[in-house]
Design a protein around this ligand. Structure first.
Ligand SMILES: NC(=O)c1ccc[n+]([C@@H]2O[C@H](COP(=O)([O-])OP(=O)(O)OC[C@H]3O[C@@H](n4cnc5c(N)ncnc54)[C@H](OP(=O)(O)O)[C@@H]3O)[C@@H](O)[C@H]2O)c1
Length: 281
């Protein structure tokens, strides 16, 4: 069971490891049910039929709630995906509607798909290129929070520190989540992560394992894996959680789910963390 949580600047508790639901298509419900059964209590999805089957997430959650799991025990996060990220043949809102209406229609679709009154997090899937359009969408998302539909907001695929800081400064409802690809090309978002730490914004990582085969194979990680009798993936995930990052894992293997959750059974020393930190330098 995942008892260990982080609290965002919005006061929302979030498990330190989140189960991601992308690319699972018609097997989404099956794998989300498996993840819940293994003990995951944080779920990430999106209203983006191209990559996510949101109704499958809702089906698995509904079944778990019927069996006694409480809605308040789950951190549930979805995304508004702008038109540029949608498959034109399956846009989940009216593509001709004004931007703020696209946001509200998408959010209503998510609530229906997920069979819930409220979301714990609503994340903008990627910044819109036009700053004014970005703020129109953000204001519509703020409206959802202010009217009780979502508890906090976030943004994803935002790698420009200046853009993120400007959104943070302009927003009435500040971003409380930044969900980014964790990879060398962005220098592992060192500057952004520092800003997030200083402002209580939770940084969520994806591609954590797939983008970093070199790090996972590095001798420093191998030595730690050997010493702690854990896998290299567990060492990297554990390190990240100890420096305040919330990794996403979308594994479809029960064994990997258990291994991922088992990272909370051990703790790296400060020296060990410094060793891993140097690999990201
Ligand atoms: N905001 C965005 O634009 C965006 C983009 C991409 C992803 N995401 C989110 O992030 C989630 C995770 O996606 P991801 O790109 O990081 O990759 P992922 O879907 O978690 O894939 C991880 C890969 O690593 C393998 N793996 C090996 N050992 C593992 C272990 N111990 N634990 C977990 N996986 C292990 C998995 O294989 P097995 O299945 O065999 O374990 C899988 O092939 C997605 O489901 C989605 O929710 C968001």
């Amino acid at each position: 069971m995942q008892d260990d949580v982080v609290i965002s600047s919005a006061g929302v508790a979030m498990p330190r490891l989140i189960y991601g639901t992308a690319w699972k298509k018609e097997r989404t419900a099956e794998w989300v049910a498996l993840a819940l059964a293994q003990g995951f209590r944080g779920i990430d999805t999106a209203c983006q039929p191209k990559h996510y089957y949101e109704p499958g997430v809702g089906e698995a959650l509904h079944a778990a709630f019927e069996l006694g799991l409480g809605r308040e025990q789950i951190y549930l996060q979805t995304k508004f995906t702008p038109l540029s990220g949608q498959d034109p043949l399956q846009v989940p809102y009216d593509p001709r509607a004004a931007l703020d209406r696209q946001v509200s229609q998408s959010f209503q679709k998510s609530r229906d798909n997920l069979r819930t009154d409220y979301l714990d997090g609503l994340v903008l899937h990627s910044p819109l290129a036009d700053k004014q359009e970005l703020m129109t969408v953000w204001r519509a998302m703020e409206h959802i929070v202010l009217s009780g539909g979502a508890r906090q907001l976030g943004i994803s695929n935002c790698y420009d520190p200046a853009l993120f800081k400007s959104l943070y400064e302009t927003a009435t409802v500040k971003p409380a989540v930044l969900q980014n690809r964790f990879y060398a090309d962005s220098h592992y978002d060192t500057e952004l992560r520092k800003f997030c730490r200083a402002h209580g914004v939770i940084y969520q990582s994806f591609w954590t394992l797939t983008a970093n085969p070199g790090i996972l194979a590095n001798a420093v990680i191998a030595a730690l894996a050997d010493r702690y009798r854990r896998t290299p993936a567990q060492i990297l995930f554990r390190y990240l959680t100890q420096v305040g990052v919330v990794p996403l894992t979308g594994t479809t293997s029960a064994q990997h789910m258990r291994e991922d959750l088992a990272i909370f059974e051990f703790e790296l020393t400060q020296d060990d963390c410094a060793g891993v930190e140097r690999l990201l330098g």
